[in-house]
Design a protein around this ligand. Structure first.
Ligand code: G16
Length: 545
């Protein structure tokens, strides 16, 4: 049974702020770190219950607010295979997070135990980690109180990236098994990546140095460890590695800054040479955006869509070269944010599916392909190889040395790629492998297709939940009538496309627009943002301009 008194007395120390409603959103709970104490405690309990439900297998908890500003924090749960928490459990987490009194906390736990048919006598194991945010340590101790309350055997993975935590969960649960995912430590992970990368680039010409913008976050120490392992196989220059100064995290740097502002991080202005490759990570190192300056110093961004195009084409080519064409089918998953030009380019070559924002949606859709390549435009993504595909690769008898080489490369790719969740560092190595094989610089890669000019705008409204969408977020169903107005605007622009959706990680509504010409994309975005603002009854003084 439950240790009711123990839970109550621990819960006493972590009261819920009365005026806040919490929600397990796109990437778990996310808001100001200063109000998350009770949420952390209760997530500790949910994690324990989830592990019990999964027969005592280890689940993961990551404390991070990723791309959000430094004062924010958040927490997300990881299921035993290293994937995002099963959707039905999100509502349990939300329910428990919003229980008002101690008695209600107990009642909610009891009701979850009953509904989810949890055997409380099972063991509970949780591995957890945090990013570099200053609010992290206190929040982690609240989480640990939650573990104590429900009787979890905890394993502290310290300060590390989100993808490392996902990897650890899978590695712990597959330890000693035939499908072992690797050694269950950060070092184990990086050596797995490093070994696969070195195998793939053996015999290729030496790469020129790559600049990594670490967003002043946990990607910095991680990239440093990886870089040491890689040695000469990939010369790396680390930038924005300050994880101790206040307020520098994700500030004027990082993948979200580059993607949203479509600009070079100012700190790299005198460092990046024309033609040199550079990339940005986000605050927990699961997003990756590349960029370069051309000979005239103009900035060019290579986002998640460009990564998908590069990688998908490469895998298709290897499959063909290995003599596996027809046996292994590659497909791509995108969201509404995918640039129209990328969708056109990819759909002319491969099956492409569009799903709602959020890694979990892309991941699940990608699992339906033999090889599923999924990337959000913002740089989140990875490649999944199905179990059948893994067996096909293991059993295939190549008919020539060329086939044999291609097969080996495919197998090494399955080692290089983090298949539990996207990892900026693993994705970066993947990109570097393809560039090396194709002898591409950023310029050739960029020329696969030309992005439609686009603009992303945030609108602050009274209640973002008033905005509801359908068709993979491409159309609004509520507020009523707004979709027609958006379409009316869209149709006035050449190649115009725009959509509106509530963010799942920030208290804003997002507006995306693209059009044939940059000024038109901007205009469309701001006109739609204006519509959204008026609809939501905002103060005219703050209307987006
Ligand atoms: C999270 C999710 C991503 C999503 C992003 C923005 O990223 O993991 O799938 O694209 O938020 O979501 P929204 O537009 O709903 O705010 P991250 O990097 O912040 O964890």
């Amino acid at each position: 049974g439950l240790a009711v008194e123990e839970i109550k007395s621990l819960s006493e120390a972590h009261p819920k702020p009365a005026d806040i409603q919490f929600q397990y959103g796109t990437a778990g709970f996310r808001t100001l770190g200063s109000v998350l104490d009770s949420v952390m405690f209760r997530v500790g309990i949910i994690a324990g219950l989830r592990s019990k439900k999964c027969d005592g297998r280890t689940v993961g908890v990551m404390v991070t607010a990723s791309h959000n500003p430094e004062p924010d924090n958040g927490v997300k749960l990881v299921d035993p295979k290293g994937e995002m928490l099963e959707a039905s459990w999100e509502s349990y987490a939300t329910r428990l997070a919003n229980a008002t009194t101690n008695d209600e906390v107990i009642k909610t736990i009891e009701s979850i135990v009953e509904t989810a048919k949890i055997d409380l006598s099972k063991p509970a194991k949780v591995v957890y980690a945090r990013d570099t945010r200053p609010s992290g340590p206190t929040l982690v101790s609240a989480l640990e109180d939650g573990f104590k309350a429900i009787g979890v055997e905890p394993r502290n993975a310290g300060v590390t990236t989100t993808p490392v935590l996902h990897y650890l969960v899978r590695a712990i649960n597959t330890k000693g098994e035939r499908c072992s995912y690797g050694e269950d430590s950060e070092e184990g992970y990086f050596s797995k990546l490093g070994d696969a990368f070195k195998k793939l680039v053996t015999g290729r010409p030496a790469a020129s140095p790559l600049i990594i913008d670490c967003a002043n976050g946990v990607g910095a120490p991680a990239a440093e460890k990886l870089s040491e392992l890689l040695g000469n196989s990939l010369p790396i220059i680390l930038e924005n590695t300050d994880i101790t100064t206040k307020d520098v995290l994700n500030n004027g740097c990082g993948a979200d800054y580059v993607k949203t502002s479509q600009k070079l991080p100012p700190s790299l202005a005198n460092k990046l040479q024309p033609g040199q490759r550079a990339c940005s990570l986000d605050g927990d190192a699961d997003r990756l955006i590349y960029f370069y300056l051309d000979n005239r110093g103009a900035f060019h961004m290579l986002d998640g869509d460009k990564i998908a195009a590069l990688v998908a084409a490469f895998i298709v080519e290897l499959v063909k070269l290995a003599g596996l064409e027809g046996l292994i089918k590659v497909g791509v998953v995108q969201t509404a944010y995918a640039n129209g030009a990328s969708t056109k380019y990819l759909s002319e070559r491969l099956p492409v599916k569009c799903v709602p924002t959020g890694v979990k949606h892309l991941h699940h859709a990608a699992e339906r392909y033999d090889v599923g390549v999924y990337f959000e435009a913002n740089g989140h993504g990875t490649v999944l190889f199905s179990q059948v595909t893994m067996e096909t690769l293991a059993q295939h008898q190549p008919l020539s040395p060329a086939q044999s080489r291609a097969l080996e490369h495919l197998i090494s790719l399955t080692e290089l790629i983090n298949q539990t969740v996207g990892d900026a560092l693993s994705d970066m190595l993947l990109v570097e492998v393809v560039l090396s094989y194709k002898s591409y610089s950023g310029i050739e890669w960029d020329s696969l297709y030309v992005d439609l000019p686009n603009r992303l705008v945030k609108v602050v409204v009274a209640d973002r939940n008033a905005f509801k969408t359908e068709d993979a977020e491409r159309r609004l169903v509520s507020p009523e009538g707004l979709q027609q107005k958006i379409e009316g605007l869209m149709n006035r622009y050449q190649s115009g496309r725009s959509f509106v959706r509530p963010s799942g990680t920030e208290d804003v509504v997002r507006v995306y627009a693209e059009a044939a010409i940059k000024s038109q994309a901007d205009e469309l975005a701001f006109r739609v943002a204006g519509l959204v603002y008026d609809e939501a009854g905002g103060d005219p003084a703050n209307r987006p301009k």
